[in-house]
Design a protein around this ligand. Structure first.
Ligand code: TPP
Ligand code: MG
Length: 150
């Protein structure tokens, strides 16, 4: 997805699941997940979609960008959403991961679930995201796609 718009993976995973008929997994931010109602669409259309939501209760990339400029972040915090409750409210299912040791089991459940499934992963807000490596990787992908050497 490179530097694409928020919501691309959140919604695209439903199309991928429908097109392939296979489990399709998107790893998304909580902010992006809150922007759309795709769990309901997946449920209605029988799409075997899975969302792994990185729930840090903030627009993390913006927060870190502001900090890297020496600013005090503003307007980057969002309420900690209960994505399991949101999934169940539309007839789907999910599970919350609060500890790393719970992750494997949660992913196993997601991959065998009969309905669209959300893995709501609570993030450590003190832990900085590995943005440098991620951005370099994205840059390489963009350059490779456009035929320019990285
Ligand atoms: C439609 C759209 N609006 C705004 C942005 C700018 N933007 C890039 S990352 C980001 C925050 C993403 O927050 P979240 O989805 O919670 O992911 P996190 O960075 O916290 O992992 C924003 C607002 C964007 N890329 N696309
Ligand atoms: Mg976030």
């Amino acid at each position: 997805m490179a530097f694409g718009p928020m919501g691309h993976a959140t919604t695209g995973v439903v199309g991928a699941a429908l097109a392939t008929g296979k489990k399709s997994v998107a790893v998304v931010g909580d902010g992006a997940m809150l922007m759309s109602s795709e769990i309901s669409t997946a449920k209605a259309s029988g799409a075997p979609a899975v969302w792994v939501v990185l729930n840090d209760a903030r627009y993390g990339m913006i927060d870190e960008g502001m900090r890297s400029l020496g600013w005090t972040p503003f307007a980057t915090e969002i309420p900690e959403a209960d994505f399991v409750a949101i999934a169940r409210a539309v007839g789907a299912d999910g599970t919350r991961v609060s500890r790393e040791s719970e992750l494997d089991d949660a992913l196993r459940r997601a991959l065998t679930a009969k309905s669209p499934f959300v893995v709501d992963v609570l993030m450590d807000r003190c832990e900085r995201a590995p943005s440098g490596g991620r951005n370099r990787s994205l840059l390489r992908q963009v350059r490779a796609a456009s035929g320019v050497d990285a």
